[in-house]
Design a protein around this ligand. Structure first.
Ligand code: ADP
Ligand code: ZN
Ligand code: ZN
Length: 734
């Protein structure tokens, strides 16, 4: 018998649930977990989510919720438990976790009536494991469980119950326990009707698909689909999805950035004549709510979206696919710092369905999980169709003759390809014109006043920009320190490389692709069209260009500034560099022309670079993992990072020192505490950032340590005067 006290999550930065009584006039029987209620909170009112019922409360005078906002749950009990898990794991307040996962319109204090649908009930895997005879104390529940077990599909339409009313309470209890799932009865079994004719799978693809299907779509397992760019991973996803849809289940597909991966979307639309729910932050909130609901009601068999789509409700989950699983965008870097890739795995485990992680450059975490036998490894070593792998040429820049940032060998290669009317892609790490403004007279350089960062000169806008805090300023004609007019613009950003191409190849049509351009969606679309239609000869772009695009006309890719990422400060910089390099290289020669990749660097003998271009990403990953093991870093260690930031660096340090002192007995337990140290970029937007790292061998141990440690840190008075946060499994330690 559930209690009469409502346990409600409210979106406030306090990690607890709040107890309320039902609104007056609302029958307890009408309430179900997953419904939203309006509640008084302090002096204001807030929207809360009913998580559970309780029999008693530590508070004596409970307040009443003021209104019930939903007639039916917007989230299932199973989904609520997943959110609770995430809140505990990432140490983020449950109310913020729940509401961050909802579409904007459901965060607002307004009733949103879903279209009414018929429902049916289905035994969940947990329910199937329960012996009905053990439910002696509630005969109605036992009878229902027995009836459900006898059904061929273990599900019941409401009409098959003798008199629906008397069963309602028992059903509600079973749904609350997670043994029975309530679903829309109108879930159309959409048979895929391929609009486009699928290609015949090559042997590697066929084997991957077979392994996926044989392992069983009805049970949990994680598969790392490790296939070089252009090897046909998407085709593998499509085949698996086809089978999932045939069984009446849904597929959830996560991609790094929808705006940039329109092509993927088109391929899905082409293949399946089924409604596609597309979830990402760029969509109008009404459309977003609609498609979110279609996902939750099972009306959309395919749900595709960016990071937050991992929280999409699904009536009948069948498979979760994370494309480009290594991509940094899957980790939220602010507020609720979750990893959508890792949540996908946990969700797959809880739903008992397969999870496919796909990438040409898998994260070291995933490679490590393959080594440990936790993930199955599916490999596509060759490009699909006729395309051959690219050829690498490392150009030694030491003492090389340079012309506007280009070495002689690069200019020669460019000329060859342009003469053959093929496209050239130049990869540059920075947007803008010149990343360094230096006074030739006195050595002064232009720095951001609020960050430990140089200002970048942007020529088109004719101003200086800080790429970290966004501050804009004028470039004065004279040095602010000595007044000399001899200011040098050094280094190469995309704008300058475009200029250099125009000077070197006056006839070439050059196109720039970076955030400055793609901020406007129409400009981005136009650029993509120009590339595809062959109206551009040279593409100059940042890592945006390395993401998931097919540029069949591109045969030469050049990394203009190969050094810029080789020596980053984050322990993941080598991994990121390798991923970017291989991804951008993968844009070349995807059609029938073989591709060439030129890398300009001052460090041609760097062992990681050598292994990467000589033996490929797999060999690089093995070597990089060895280094991580020796340095005792993730994935060999579980890591949590406490960040503190303040206008006064002493404050951040003092707070972290106190936190450290509190943890000293924890360290004796085999944990490692590093810091406090200033972040590699200490000052950002006027705040000094310091950090403290906690590491242990095992995740479970890390979680237990945090259980003991965090409540104390939260009570620290020094912590109230500054901003601090915890990041479990941090992806960037900058
Ligand atoms: P990935 O996702 O691994 O980068 P894609 O699935 O996008 O690769 O495939 C790359 C290209 O090869 C696409 O144009 C796709 O249509 C084509 N392709 C995929 N599989 C096959 C196949 N079996 N036969 C011929 N072409 C294929
Ligand atoms: Zn000067
Ligand atoms: Zn700045």
């Amino acid at each position: 018998m559930p209690g009469h006290i409502l346990r409600i999550a409210v979106p406030v930065p306090v990690d607890q649930v709040f107890d309320y009584l039902p609104p007056s006039g609302v029958d307890l029987a009408a309430l179900q977990p997953g419904m939203r209620l309006r509640v008084p909170f302090g002096r204001r009112s807030a929207v809360g989510m009913l998580l559970d019922f309780g029999a008693e409360s530590v508070l004596d005078d409970l307040r009443r919720a003021t209104a019930l906002l939903d007639a039916a749950p917007v989230l299932s009990v199973r989904h609520l438990r997943l959110l609770e898990w995430a809140s505990r794991y990432y140490r983020h307040p449950i109310g913020e976790v729940v509401f961050a996962s909802l579409p904007l319109l459901l965060r607002q204090d307004r009733p949103r009536r879903p279209k009414t649908l018929d429902v049916r009930w289905r035994l969940t895997p947990e329910g199937a494991a329960i012996d009905p005879d053990s439910l002696r104390r509630s005969p109605a529940q036992a009878t229902l469980m027995r009836t459900l077990r006898r059904q061929p599909e273990r599900e019941l339409p409401p009409a098959s119950l003798p008199s629906a009313v008397s069963w309602r309470r028992a059903l509600r209890a079973l749904v609350a326990k997670g043994w029975v799932a309530q679903e829309p009865a109108s879930l159309a079994t959409v048979l895929p009707a391929p609009a486009a004719k699928p290609p015949t799978l090559n042997d590697a693809q066929a084997s991957a698909v077979e392994q996926l299907l044989c392992a069983g779509l009805n049970r949990f397992g994680v598969f790392l689909l490790d296939g070089v760019t252009g090897s046909g991973k998407t085709e593998v996803y499509l085949r698996v999805i086809e089978e999932v849809l045939r069984r009446g289940s849904q597929a959830l597909v996560l991609v790094p950035e929808i705006g940039l991966t329109e092509q993927t979307l088109l391929r899905f639309r082409d293949r399946f004549a089924a409604p596609l729910a597309v979830l990402h932050s760029g969509r109008a909130s009404g459309a977003r709510l609609d498609e979110w609901r279609q996902a939750g009601e099972g009306r959309a068999p395919i749900v595709i979206g960016t990071r937050s789509a991992v929280w999409a409700p699904l009536a009948r989950p069948g498979v979760i696919i994370v494309d480009e699983e290594h991509d940094l965008s899957f980790k939220q870097q602010e507020g609720f710092r979750y990893s959508a890739r890792d949540i996908a795995v946990i969700r797959g485990q809880r739903e008992n369905i397969p999870v496919i992680l796909g990438s040409a450059t898998p994260s070291l975490e995933s490679v490590f999980n393959v080594h440990r036998g936790k993930y199955r490894h599916l490999r596509l070593r060759r490009r699909a169709g006729t395309a051959t792998p690219p050829r690498y040429e490392v150009v030694d820049l030491r003492a090389a003759q340079m012309r506007e940032g280009f070495s002689e060998p690069l200019v020669t290669r460019m000329r060859e390809h342009l003469d053959r009317r093929q496209q050239v892609l130049l990869f540059v790490n920075r947007r803008g014109y010149a990343p360094l403004i230096l006074c030739h007279q006195c050595g002064w350089t232009a720095w951001c006043e609020r960050c430990d960062a140089r200002l970048v000169y942007h020529q088109t806008a004719n101003r200086l920009e800080c790429h970290f805090c966004g501050a804009l300023s004028e470039l004065n004609a004279a040095c602010t320190r000595c007044g000399s007019g001899n200011l040098l613009k050094l280094g190469y950003g995309t704008e300058r490389v475009v200029e250099a191409v125009k000077q070197t190849f006056p006839g070439a049509r050059v196109l720039r692709i970076d955030r400055d351009i793609t901020r406007r969606q129409t400009a981005w679309q136009a650029a993509l069209r120009q590339i595809r239609d062959g109206q551009a000869d040279v593409l100059v772009g940042t890592q945006l260009l390395s993401k998931g695009h097919h540029f069949p006309g591109v045969t030469l890719v050049a990394v203009v500034d190969g050094d810029s990422r080789l020596f980053g400060v984050d322990f993941r910089s080598h991994e990121r560099f390798a991923q970017q390099l291989i991804q951008v290289a993968g844009r070349a020669g995807r059609a029938d022309e073989p591709g060439t990749v030129v890398i300009q660097t001052h460090h041609p003998a760097h062992p990681l670079l050598q292994v990467l271009v000589g033996q490929g990403y797999g060999a690089f990953a093995a070597l990089a993992l060895k280094e991580r093991a020796e340095a005792r870093l993730p994935p060999y260690q579980a890591m949590a990072l406490i960040r503190a930031e303040s206008e006064k660096p002493e404050k951040a340090r003092a707070f972290l020192n106190e936190a450290r002192a509190m943890a000293l007995d924890l360290i004796a337990n085999g944990a490692e505490l590093l810091g406090p140290v200033p972040a590699p970029m200490e000052r950002l937007a006027g705040r000094y950032r310091w950090q403290l790292v906690l590491q242990t061998r095992h995740r479970a141990r890390l979680q237990r340590l945090l259980d003991g440690w965090l409540p104390g840190i939260r009570r620290l008075r020094t912590g109230r005067a500054l901003r601090w946060s915890i990041d479990v499994d941090p992806q960037e330690t900058l």
